[in-house]
Design a protein around this ligand. Structure first.
Ligand code: NAD
Ligand code: TYD
Length: 346
């Protein structure tokens, strides 16, 4: 059972699981909030009819979760459902507490009850490196770095991580936890940096870079994240957490400039000479973390994982996907999000 399987990482993970192992059956459990759409799973139903089922339900609905886990005989639960956008969490934190904290609690309680006494089962919780807070120019997050979240989003994710650890220690739920850096790739909702910049650039509207543009993120292709999750679910040690990162730090301004250059070659603009002219510095995000960087030595040495995508190639592939799937982008922009700035304090 994959929660949040209609979102960005979830839909990539569902495809990965079904393609990688013909023995796997996937139940995709997703409420289809603004961030989830079945358009992310086009063709999956048909291609994997006997091994795939979608269920529209909320992780906060205790009866629904227990019912699905029991009826479908779920033995592995990979939990990705979440409210995931920092700016939205600044504007409206309530939904983050409800889904990320109470929803995770609800899943853990269902696992405790439905899996009572079993050790051939696994609860994997997908977390973020943002729980560690902000780094100075030097140093890396390890699994021992103390939690120090800055945003309502990361605070709610930190709370959910603690619940997972507590349910593992206290009730013996066989659980693992992963903490991943910023993902990019196909099907990412256009409120996040890279798809937002692609959307705006294609419309030749301003590219809003927060603050001085020197905040640093460690970018990882979503397929590399999915491979890491698969490995942890199969071979990770219960009770253990694993950092996942690309060893690929970029300042925001440099990423946006690289994107402009790639787009310039792929689809030259009509109104401006170069996409870089559209870059506009805008007021900073409140509580904006300066730098994230992951030490992924544990998952490398214990499970043999390393990222396969090189960033420039991955970004070019992602850009190509967005250009080839303009209908997807148009539909999302029309129905779900108009690109408006969120999370500035009044
Ligand atoms: P997303 O916003 O694209 O997708 C979230 C999905 O969860 C959507 O399909 C949505 O419909 C579903 N959902 C939301 N609330 C729900 C609820 N109450 N019940 C059932 N389903 C619900 O998010 P994403 O970027 O794919 O992130 C997935 C997970 O990975 C999240 O837990 C996030 O914290 C974590 N993560 C994301 C990144 C990243 O860079 N995107 C990095 C590290 C960790
Ligand atoms: P985002 O994609 O929201 O991910 P996160 O905040 O979880 O790291 O943002 C990535 C970085 O890009 C972050 O430092 C904020 C910055 N950013 C902008 O400069 N402009 C934008 O329009 C957005 C959405 C983000």
């Amino acid at each position: 059972m994959v929660t949040g399987g209609a979102g960005f990482i979830g839909s990539n993970f569902v495809r990965h699981l079904l393609a990688a192992d013909p023995a796997v059956r996937v139940i995709n459990y997703d409420a289809l909030t603004y961030a989830g759409t079945l358009a992310n799973l086009e063709g999956v139903d048909e291609q994997y009819a006997s091994r795939y089922r979608f269920i529209q339900a909320d992780i906060c609905d205790a009866d629904a979760v227990r019912g699905v886990m029991t009826d479908e005989n779920v033995d592995t639960l990979v939990h990705l459902a979440a409210e995931s956008h920092v700016d939205r969490s600044i504007a409206e934190p309530g939904a983050f507490l409800q889904t990320n904290v109470m929803g995770t609690y609800n899943l853990l309680e269902a696992a405790r009850e439905v899996w009572k006494g079993r050790d051939d089962v696994r609860f994997h919780h997908v977390g973020t490196d943002e729980v560690y807070g902000s780094l100075e120019p030097e140093g890396y997050f390890t699994e021992e770095t103390p939690y120090n979240p800055s945003s309502p989003y990361s605070a709610s994710k930190a709370a959910s991580d603690h619940l997972v650890s507590a349910w593992a220690r206290t009730y013996g739920v066989p659980a693992t936890l992963s903490l991943c850096s910023n993902n990019y790739g196909p099907y990412q909702f256009p409120e996040k940096l890279l798809p937002l910049m692609m959307c705006n650039a294609l419309l030749e509207t301003p590219l809003p870079v927060y603050g001085d543009g020197k905040n640093v993120r460690d970018w990882l292709h979503v397929e590399d994240h999915c491979r890491a999750l698969d490995l942890i679910v199969r071979r990770g040690e219960p009770g253990r957490s694993y950092n996942i990162g690309g060893n690929n730090e970029w300042r925001n301004i440099d990423v946006v400039e690289l994107l402009c250059d790639l787009l310039q070659k792929a689809r030259p603009p009509k109104q401006v000479k170069h996409y870089r002219e559209l870059i506009t510095f805008v007021p900073d995000r409140p509580g904006h973390d300066r730098r994230y960087a992951i030490d992924a030595e544990r998952i490398r040495s214990e499970l043999g994982w390393t990222p396969a995508w090189q960033f420039e190639d991955g970004l070019a592939q992602t850009l190509r996907w967005y250009l080839d799937n303009q209908h997807w982008l148009d539909r999302i922009s029309r129905e779900k999000y108009d690109g408006r700035r969120l999370g500035l304090l009044g």
